[in-house]
Design a protein around this ligand. Structure first.
Ligand SMILES: [Zn+2]
Length: 114
C-alpha cells in the first residue's frame, strides 16, 4: 500500500481551470469578431458582384433591372446559382431606384457594425 501523494492537489486543479478560463476569455471574443468581419467582407463582395451584373444587364438589355432584382434573379445568364443574400442580416439586396446600385449594407450601417 502506497502512502505517498497520488493524483493532483485541489490547488493544481484550480490553477488549470483558471488558465483554461483565461485562454477561453481571450480566444472566444477574437473568434466572434473574425466571424463577423468575414460576413461583412462577404457582403461587400456580394454587393460588388451584383452591381457588376446589374451594369452588364443594363448594357445588354438597355434598361435597368427592377429594383428588387426579380427580373435579373430569374435569368440564369446573370445569376446561375441565384442572387446571394446578405450573410450579416440575411436580407435580400435591393437596388437604389436613383443610382441603380445596391443600397444599404455598408460598413458602419446599423446592420453591419462590428
Ligand atoms: Zn449586408
Amino acid at each position: 500500500m502506497k502512502t505517498g501523494k497520488a493524483g493532483f492537489t485541489l490547488l493544481e486543479v484550480m490553477l488549470v481551470v483558471v488558465l483554461i478560463s483565461i485562454l477561453a476569455a481571450i480566444v472566444i471574443p477574437r473568434f466572434t469578431i473574425s466571424s463577423q468581419r468575414a460576413k461583412v467582407q462577404s457582403c461587400e463582395m456580394n454587393r460588388a458582384i451584383i452591381n457588376k451584373q446589374v451594369e452588364t444587364w443594363y448594357f445588354t438589355e438597355g434598361t435597368w433591372p427592377i429594383v428588387d432584382l426579380r427580373n435579373i434573379k430569374t435569368n440564369v445568364n446573370y445569376f446561375p446559382d441565384g442572387v446571394p443574400t446578405c450573410p450579416v442580416d440575411l436580407t435580400s439586396y435591393v437596388l437604389s431606384d436613383t443610382r441603380f446600385r445596391i443600397s444599404g449594407h455598408r460598413e458602419g450601417a446599423t446592420t453591419h457594425v462590428w
